[in-house]
Write a protein of this length. Structure first.
Length: 337
């Protein structure tokens, strides 16, 4: 809950800063638009009045949105601190990591806020200079050209600022989506633990009842079968040591991308706690697993056509068949399947 609170708070805080900055930009743009009207000729009064009304409505909407976001941030901060500090003693190591992350995010937000305020202050000062120049308008070509250059400079600064904020905002939205996916994955994984307890016990009993491959005489099994079973024992079973939830998601994403290397980055997004290196290692394991399983299936297909090929004849059986032949009257050696 602490990580979610931190992540949500910084996302909402960044959205708030972006909206507040855009609110100030609109005021600057309105000012420039009005000054252009003075220089380039007056527009009809009704049109100008309508544009001012729309501008005021936009400003009011921005203010309402900003206040709403501020309230949401405050509530989430309180909720985060409540969970964070009430459970601090139970998970000391985990909370120390979250606390360090929180401090980094707070400092990052302060730095970002200071940078935005500095950029807006510069634009605001340039607008003030333009307003001061317009108090004493001189109908000369040089004066008009000077005003035009000032307005272009302000407009370029505003557009640059808005583009920077747009890119930051898009990055935050993508980060928010990734976080939501990770939280959903964690939630599903926890649910699968609760539902899988009984199934895990049944599977464990079933596995325990089987004879381990190392207790079966290797000489009686085809090499492909022995190699596959030993591979499973040595690498953590049919899921390569991963739990069922992680492995099934790995296989699902892998199938969607048809095994192309790009799928591994998406796997990391779907499986919080798994690094790219761990996913790459699991992919190597999975490729070997598929190859060995395919060889085992080929042997099984051959056996289905001729069951006697599953086991190699023992030395005693070879000696016996030499004396009496496979169809002799002596008792046959029964090899259980």
């Amino acid at each position: 809950m602490g990580a979610l609170g931190i992540k949500s708070a910084v996302t909402q805080g960044s959205k708030l800063a972006w909206r507040e900055s855009e609110h100030q930009e609109i005021g600057s743009v309105d000012c420039i638009g009005a000054r252009r009207d003075l220089i380039g000729g007056s527009r009809p009064f009704q049109l100008q009045n309508w544009k001012q009304k729309v501008s005021r409505m936009k400003k009011a909407e921005f203010i309402r949105t900003a206040e709403k976001l501020k309230n949401q941030v405050t509530v989430m901060e309180k909720d985060k601190h409540s969970h964070f500090y009430n459970q601090r003693g139970d998970f000391r190591t985990e909370h120390s990591v979250l606390e360090e992350l929180e401090n980094k995010l707070i400092n990052s937000r302060k730095t970002e806020r200071a940078k935005i305020q500095q950029q807006l202050a510069k634009i605001h000062n340039n607008v003030k200079k333009l307003q001061h120049q317009l108090k004493d308008v001189k109908p000369t070509p040089d004066f008009v050209e000077k005003l035009r250059e000032m307005m272009e400079e302000i407009e370029n600064a505003i557009n640059t600022f808005k583009e920077e904020q747009r890119l930051i905002y898009e990055e935050l939205i993508q980060e928010e989506k990734t976080t939501n996916n990770e939280l959903s994955a964690v939630s599903r994984k926890i649910d699968s633990w609760a539902l899988g307890n009984s199934e895990t016990e049944k599977a464990f009993r079933a596995i325990s009842s089987k004879v381990p491959v190392d207790r079966v005489t290797p000489s009686t099994l085809p090499e492909e079968v022995v190699e596959f079973e030993k591979f499973l024992q040595q690498t953590g079973g049919r899921q390569g040591g991963w739990d069922d939830f992680d492995h099934q998601n790995f296989v699902k994403v892998r199938s969607k991308h048809k095994g192309k290397p790009a799928f591994m980055k998406e796997v990391v997004e779907h499986l919080p706690g798994k690094t790219l290196d761990e996913v790459q290692q699991h992919e190597k394991w999975h490729q070997k697993f598929l190859a060995l399983e395919e060889r085992k299936k080929e042997v099984e297909n051959n056996v289905s056509r001729d069951p006697s090929r599953l086991y190699k004849p023992t030395k005693g059986w070879e000696e016996r068949t030499k004396k009496i032949g496979p169809s002799g009257s002596g008792p046959l050696l029964h090899i259980p399947h």
